[in-house]
Structure formats: structure tokens, C-alpha cells
Design a binder for this molecule. Structure first.
Ligand code: ZN
Length: 479
């Protein structure tokens, strides 16, 4: 962490996204505008997700944003979970509606209603549908990208003949999320199961991937739910099986949202601003003329040649020939997190060289123009890998496995504050009692993140009550 990040991480985060021109606030509280550079990060996430969804047999569809109130009443846990944050449409065209309509917080109910019509026989299964949409959850405390009242996401909704197939789907999608977040966003995650109190409202089991931000807080970066037959029973989704008997389908749902954009910024950003992994950077390479380049047309000619060569390799490249000073431009493009900057001035050109600066490395380097394109391709690949490795090293360093009791956790928190370190996460045992989980939260603000599939250690006693543990769990503060 840099000094600015240490002093006030939230302020650093908001400054960074504003300087990078990713978003703007609007007069509607908690609703932000995504500016082109912010939205394009989302588009790269969408492209990669869509590729993998389609590879695994899913198709995109679209469902309405307004959901009748009666739909929510059909699944008890679901309405209890979402009711406090629902915005309602109560009148239209000057008249009061007979039934209030909610702005969707998620679409299980509307989709459940429709699937009961679409699914009649085992021949109609599985149904593998994803939707890209905006959803609303009227949050009290908001933070751009990370928690907003309206956000963008994808929600997959599938229906299957039995539990086994639905559970396979649930895990398959969690794995896809893990791969995309690690490979595309260079963010390492712990995959695992949520505890019952942290489950999605209406799910039988919820699984998540959890990422650690630079301030040590967790972001739940994606969730996948096995819904059993709960929604099938609530919405009467039945099919005729091969034995000619009516059966309820088993459903799943899974989602990732634009909070992934916030996570990329909070995981990789530094004192100079944004640092973007090359694979999601709207601009991967920027070319900047330096020195008295306006008097020397050969410089722009060479830069245009390089621009075309990089573009032909599929690299997202910009040539900045504005009349700002080079120093101003360097700063601007660093703030935007552009992975590689190429500088070319008269002396460089004379020596058939250009200077390159990789965003997360401190030194500039001279590179022969003849091998420059090849070299840039290499730098983008190695930077992508390096960012993931750095983030993994940071996370591992701040994932503590030596805190086993509530007293030790309190001591750990006191020590971290005293040493100016982040508390990070701890791996501890849990007996399975909600009250123990609740007490840890009340005393320390540490909540259960997930029960990891592959914990680095096994914990045998509950952090709160000291009894035998049922699970080994990640605890941490979260967004
Ligand atoms: Zn306990």
C-alpha cells in the first residue's frame, strides 16, 4: 500500500476513479454514470464471460425490469431478503397502479413465472439462460462500482432434471467466475461455500469467490447458487419425466456485477492512480512524441507507422499528438492506468530506438524500434501475469492462519492498528452455530467470507466458543 492508500483508502479510491475519468455522480443518489473508459472495462469482462457462457451451452435472453409485487410473495425467504432494498413503481400515466411493481433486484421470480410455461417435458431441459441487465438495490451506504443503488450485472438462470445436474452447473459457473477473475482481472480469489447466514435469499446453497482489496477488506466477486426446488415449487415449474410423472425442476442462478470494476481498481491501483491489467485496459499502449517533435515530421511518421503495426496485432493503442507537454501526458496516461507508454524523440529516432515505460515498473527502457512491436506484446503478457502474482503475494501475506480465538483476533486487530498494517483475513474454525458467527461480527466486524474448498490449514476449534469446529472459514471485513 502507498501512503495515500494508507491514510484514507476510500478517498484514494474515489480520487483515482475520478482522475481516470471512469464515472460520474448523478443527482440520483447511489446511481452513477459509467463513462466510456469505465464502461469499456465492463465490455471486456462481458466479452470474456459471454465467450465462456456460450462455450458451456448458455444463451443470452432479456426479461422485464418491472416485477409484480405478488411474485415476491411467492418465495418467503426471497421477499424477506430483498424487501428492505426494493424501489417501487406505484403509478404510471398519472394513475395509481392496481399492483405495485418493483424495480428488479434480481430476476428469479419473473423467470420462475415464465419457466413454468416454457418447461413441460424432460425434452425441454436443461434450460441454460443468462441475462445482462441493470438491477436495483436501494443501499444506504454507497461507493461507486462497489455498492450502488443501480448496477449492471449478468444473472444466469438454469433449470435441470435433478439435483446432481443442477449442482454440477452451480460449480461449473463458479469455476468460470474464478478463471475469468484470475486470468482477465489478475485478481486471485478463494472459492468456497457461504455460511447459511450469508446465503442468497431463497437458495439452498450459495458459493462465492472472495477477493482481497489493498485495504484488506473483502469483495464478494461472484456468487453461484443451488436453489433446489424452492423456486420450482413457488412458481410451479414442473416437467413430465420419461416415466410420464410430473416432477419439479432443480434450478440455479449465478451472478457477477460491475463491482468487478471497483475490485480491479482496489487490487491493482497505486499512488499514481489506476493500474489496469492489459487484458481489460481500454487503452493498452500509448505513443507519445517528445522533444521538438513538431519541427521533425519524421517522428510523427515513425509513430504512425508503429501505431499501425501495433493495431494490426490487435493491440488497443492510442497516439497522443495533442499540444500538451510530454510531462502532462505521461501523468494523464498513468492516472488512466495504461499498461505501456512509448516515447519517441529526435535523439531516440536517430539511434533507431524508443523509450518504453511499463505502468507498474519504475524504470524506463530503450528498445530497438525493429523489435519494438514484438517486445510490447511480450510486456503486455508479462505484466498481466506479474499483476496476478503481486496480488496473490499480497493476499497470502495478509491471510493469517495463526489466529484461533476471539481474544487472539482482538489482539491481532490491536497489533495491526498499532503497526499501521491492514488486518487482512483470518482462517479460523467455526462450530456451525449462527450465534458464534454473529458474536465475532459484533465484536470485531469480521464476517464469514466463505468456507474455502481448499483451505491452507484445517482448524479444529470454533473461534468463538472453543468447541469442535465443523468448518474452517475465512473471516474478514467486507465491502
Ligand atoms: Zn462456536
Amino acid at each position: 500500500m502507498t501512503n495515500q492508500q494508507k491514510n484514507d483508502f476510500t478517498k484514494w479510491y474515489i480520487d483515482t476513479i475520478q482522475k481516470a475519468d471512469l464515472m460520474d455522480y448523478t443527482p440520483v443518489r447511489g446511481c452513477i454514470a459509467f463513462k466510456p473508459d469505465g464502461y469499456e472495462i465492463w465490455e471486456h469482462i462481458q466479452d470474456e464471460m459471454n465467450r465462456r457462457f456460450k462455450e458451456t451451452g448458455h444463451r443470452n435472453a432479456y426479461f422485464p425490469m418491472l416485477i409484480p409485487e405478488s411474485f415476491f410473495q411467492k418465495e418467503k425467504d426471497h421477499i424477506e431478503g430483498f424487501a428492505p432494498e426494493l424501489p417501487w413503481v406505484t403509478e404510471a400515466a398519472g394513475e395509481k397502479l392496481e399492483e405495485r411493481l418493483a424495480l428488479r433486484p434480481t430476476s428469479e421470480t419473473m423467470i420462475g413465472h415464465l419457466y413454468s410455461d416454457w418447461i413441460k417435458s424432460y425434452r425441454d431441459l436443461p434450460v441454460l439462460i443468462n441475462q445482462w441487465a441493470n438491477v436495483f438495490r436501494w443501499e444506504k451506504k454507497t461507493l461507486p462500482f462497489i455498492r450502488t443503488s443501480e448496477f449492471l450485472w449478468q444473472e444466469g438462470h438454469t433449470a435441470h432434471v435433478d439435483e446432481e445436474e443442477a449442482r454440477q452447473e452451480t460449480m461449473q459457473m463458479l469455476n468460470i467466475y474464478k478463471e475469468v477473475v484470475e486470468e482477465l482481472l489478475a485478481i486471485p480469489v478463494y472459492d468456497g461455500q457461504k455460511t447459511p447466514s450469508e446465503r442468497f435469499a431463497g437458495a439452498v446453497d450459495t458459493y462465492s469467490i472472495e477477493a482481497m482489496m489493498k485495504d484488506g477488506k473483502a469483495v464478494q466477486a461472484g456468487t453461484s447458487h443451488y436453489l433446489g426446488t424452492k423456486f420450482a415449487e413457488a412458481f410451479d415449474i414442473k416437467y413430465l419425466n420419461k416415466e410420464n410423472k410430473h416432477q419439479h425442476v432443480h434450478t440455479t442462478s449465478w451472478g457477477t456485477s460491475t463491482r468487478l470494476i471497483g475490485s480491479v481498481i482496489m487490487v491493482h491501483g497505486d499512488e499514481q492512480g489506476l493500474v489496469l491489467p492489459p487484458r481489460v485496459a481500454p487503452t493498452q499502449v500509448v505513443l507519445i512524441p517528445v522533444g521538438p517533435w513538431k519541427k521533425n515530421p519524421a517522428i510523427m511518421e515513425k509513430l504512425e507507422e508503429l501505431y499501425a503495426a501495433l493495431k494490426s496485432k490487435g493491440i488497443r493503442v492510442r497516439l497522443d499528438d495533442s499540444d500538451q507537454s510530454p510531462g502532462y501526458k505521461f501523468n494523464e496516461w498513468e492516472l488512466k492506468g495504461v499498461p505501456v507508454r512509448i516515447e519517441l524523440g529526435p535523439r531516440d529516432l536517430e539511434n533507431n530506438q524508443a523509450l518504453i515505460k511499463v505502468r507498474d515498473l519504475s524504470e524506463k527502457e530503450s528498445v530497438e524500434i525493429a523489435v519494438l512491436v514484438e517486445r510490447i506484446e511480450e510486456e503486455l503478457t508479462t505484466m498481466q501475469t506479474r499483476l496476478l502474482e503481486k496480488a496473490r503475494a499480497f493476499r497470502d501475506e495478509n491471510s493469517h492462519t495463526n489466529v484461533d480465538t476471539l481474544e487472539q483476533l482482538k489482539q491481532h486487530l490491536a497489533d495491526s492498528t498499532e503497526n499501521g498494517e491492514i488486518p487482512g483475513w483470518i482462517l479460523a474454525g467455526w462450530c456451525g452455530d449462527d450465534a458464534c458467527e454473529e458474536n465475532v461480527k459484533n465484536e470485531t466486524k469480521f464476517t464469514t467470507r466463505n468456507i474455502p474448498f481448499n483451505p491452507p490449514a484445517e482448524k479444529t476449534t470454533c473461534i468463538n466458543c472453543g468447541k469442535d469446529s465443523k468448518h474452517t472459514v475465512w473471516f474478514g471485513r467486507s465491502y
